[in-house]
Write a protein that binds this ligand. Structure first.
Ligand SMILES: NC(=O)c1ccc[n+]([C@@H]2O[C@H](COP(=O)([O-])OP(=O)(O)OC[C@H]3O[C@@H](n4cnc5c(N)ncnc54)[C@H](O)[C@@H]3O)[C@@H](O)[C@H]2O)c1
Length: 383
């Protein structure tokens, strides 16, 4: 490890994703043999005291309450953005202009305009870009991608994806996630972003048209964090829509934050002419597979535990068969692929960059037009 080139990371934000990424950059050195050595160089956030405590706890070498100044530091190689959606564009564009690589949380941006500016900045820059669509790197999802690419499912005809959670009842205050100016949208940008990305990734196809979208906000006011008085919620609680892929497959998408009984049910079912796969993150180690090419008498769903090193992506680095993985492993697997890509090597499965995440953002934007105007929207209308 000592002779590997270091990669100095500046991470902005110290919340939920700040913890997930700090863990990933720490663990990746221990479980994998990455070609570059990630260094937890600086963490930047808004509150000086809190960021110091966070740096101490997670072993960041430095901390800062001024991300702009930190981005300009000569010794930073990669800027990792884990802040609310409305901040992504400013931070990413500044980092790219300063010649850094950027790994940005999803969704790419608050608005399609911001996302487009980020893509433009990435095209002009020397730095590489990555977007943390971490679910691609659950071994079961990466394996589903490989099964489809190998032709095992035949032609894909149906995609059914939903991401259901149940945390956002009226006791939850008016945090940034419920405010359009910070979040862009609600369950849509938060959850549909993941399933649009995941199904594009698994099928290897692009969405060409979106229709039938509906959006609803059930809880219209929440208590403000400042004074506890009621404040207006300006984002959706749920968005559903239909879609057509460019390979002819039809699809449905559903994101919901108040689907009682579903805590993080992020999943899909994909049906092809030769077979099908099903995934549900609440049982993230498993991929259900139906082989429609075998003798009809013995056809049935098989539950594959995707933990076999050599057959299932990333498992060489982890534990023996059925010694199960959890949420954080997807981030660590992604950190490994980012380090491979930065060293000019091929990641285990394709990594989303800004161009790629922009395609997901276009689909999300098209769904909102469909919901507003109650019509089908071709993706060519949303650029
Ligand atoms: N990949 C995933 O599965 C996943 C899961 C959750 C969140 N996210 C994404 O991660 C991002 C952050 O979400 P979170 O849940 O970690 O939020 P959070 O509220 O837990 O943390 C946000 C952090 O950003 C900091 N921050 C906010 N504005 C800032 C600014 N202007 N300058 C510097 N720091 C600032 C806050 O102090 C806080 O530390 C969002 O884009 C969200 O969509 C992705």
């Amino acid at each position: 490890m000592a002779n590997r080139k270091p990669l100095n990371i500046l991470m902005i934000g110290q919340g939920f994703m700040g913890r997930a990424h700090s863990n990933a950059w720490t663990q990746v050195r221990k479980f994998f043999d990455p070609p570059l050595m990630p260094v937890l160089h600086t963490v930047a956030a808004r509150d000086k005291q809190k960021v110091q405590e966070f740096a101490d706890k997670w072993d960041w070498l430095n901390c800062s309450a001024n991300w702009r100044a930190s981005i300009d530091g000569d010794d930073v190689d990669l800027v990792d953005i884990t802040t609310p959606n409305n901040t992504h564009a400013d931070m990413a564009i500044a980092a790219l202009k300063a010649g850094k690589h950027v790994a940005c949380e999803k969704p790419l941006a608050n608005t399609l305009d911001d996302a487009r500016e980020m893509v433009r900045a990435a095209r002009k820059a020397d730095g590489k870009t990555f977007v943390w669509f971490n679910y691609r790197r659950c071994p079961a999802v990466a394996f589903a991608h490989k099964l489809v690419a190998s032709g095992k499912l035949g032609e894909i005809r149906h995609v059914r994806a939903s991401y259901l959670q149940d945390w956002a009842d009226d006791s939850v205050p008016l945090m940034w996630r419920f405010q359009k100016r910070h979040a862009g949208s609600g369950a849509h940008g938060d959850l549909n972003a993941h399933i649009v990305d995941m199904t594009r990734f698994v099928t290897g196809s692009e969405i060409a048209e979106v229709s039938g979208a509906i959006s609803e906000t059930f809880i219209k006011e929440r208590k403000k964090l400042t004074d506890g008085k009621p404040g207006r919620v300006s984002v959706d609680d749920t968005v559903l829509f239909l879609a057509r892929f460019d390979n002819g497959a039809v699809a449905s998408f559903e994101a919901a934050r108040q689907a009682t009984g579903n805590q993080n049910r992020n999943g899909f079912e994909i049906n092809g002419t030769k077979g099908s796969v099903k995934f549900n993150f609440e049982r993230m180690n498993e991929l259900e597979y139906y082989d429609a090419t075998t003798d009809r008498a013995v056809q049935g769903w098989a539950t594959i535990i995707c933990t076999h090193a050599g057959d299932h992506p990333y498992l060489e680095a982890w534990w023996p068969d059925a010694h199960l993985l959890g949420y954080e492993h997807g981030f660590t697997n992604m950190a490994f692929d980012v380090l491979l890509a930065l060293a000019g090597k091929k990641p285990n499965v394709p990594l989303p960059d800004f161009e790629d995440a922009y395609q997901t953002q276009r689909v999300l934007a098209a769904a909102l037009v469909s919901a507003d105007e109650k019509r089908a929207v071709r993706l060519s209308e949303v650029r």
